[in-house]
Design a protein around this ligand. Sequence first.
Ligand code: GRG
Length: 294
Amino acid sequence: MDLKHYLQTNRSQIETALESLLPRPDAPPVRLNQAIRHSLMGGGKRLRPILVLASADAVGGDRSRLLPFACGMECLHTYSLIHDDLPAMDNDDYRRGRPTCHKQFDEATAILAGDALLTLAFELASRPIDGIDPEVVLTAVRQLAVDAGFAGMVGGQMLDLLAENRKVQLDELRIIHRMKTGALIRCACEAGARLGGGNPSQIEALKHYGAAIGLAFQITDDLLDVIGDSHLMGKATGKDQANAKATYPAIMGVPAAQSLASEQVQSALRCLEPFSSVADPLRNLARYIIERTN
Ligand code: GRG
C-alpha cells in the first residue's frame, strides 16, 4: 500500500468531517471561533483520528460512523497542544508551522479555545453511533475521559513538569510518557476497535498495539528534538536539551533510543499477527511513527 496516499486521503476525510462538525465560521463568539480554527484547522498529522479509523477498519467496522468520535480525539489533542504551548507550561511561539494560539490571539483566548475544544471533544465522542450499542459508546467515552485526565494525559503532564531540573530514571520516564503521550494514542486504537465492533481479543490486541506505538512515538518525538529539522516540524527543536529535560536520547543516548523505538514497533507488529491484510495500514503506521520527520 501507498502510505503517503493513505495518510493524505485520511487527513482530508477527517478535515472535511471536522469542518462539518465545528460551529460555522461566523458563529459568535467569533474571536473564540477563530482561535479554535487557527489551532485545529492549521495542519497536524491527524494521527489519533487516523488510528481510530484504521483500527475500526482492522476489525471490519464502518469507519464513516466513527468520524465524530475520531474528530473528538483530534479536538482533545489540539486542546492539549494549545495549553501545553502557554507561557505557564512550555511557552512556545510556533506550532504546526504557525504562531501558537496565545501568540496569534492572547492567553485568555487560548485558554478558552482549549477549554472549548476539550468539551467539544466529549460532545462529539458521545454521539450515538448507528448499529453500536449505546453501552459500548459509553465505555469508549469513559475510557477517553480516563486517558485524557488525571490518570492519563493531564496527570502525565503534571509529572513531566515536576520532573524538570532533576535526575530522572528510565522507569520514571516511561511512566510519564505512558500517561502524557501514550494514553491518548492507545485510547485511539482501543476505541476504534471497540466502536468498530471488534471482539474482546481484537480490542485487547489493538490496545497493546497502541501502547507500543505510543512509546515509539514519544521516543521519536524526543529524537526529532535532537536530530530533527525545525522547518519540517513546524516548531522549534533543541528545546529539551536547552531546558535540561529528561528524554530518551538524553538518558540512554541516540542509538539506544533509536533501538528502543524499533523494538516497540516490532512489538506493535506482533500484536497485529492475528489480523489479515485489513490491518496493513496499522502495520505501515507503526513503521511511519519512527520514520517520520515531523
Ligand atoms: C497541557 C493538559 C496538557 C497536556 C499536554 C500532549 C501534551 C500534554 C503535550 C504536547 C507536548 C509534546 C510535544 C508532547 C510530546 C508528544 C506530542 C503529543 C507531540 C505532538 O503530537 P503530534 O506530533 O502533533 O501528533 P500534530 O501537530 O501532528 O497533531
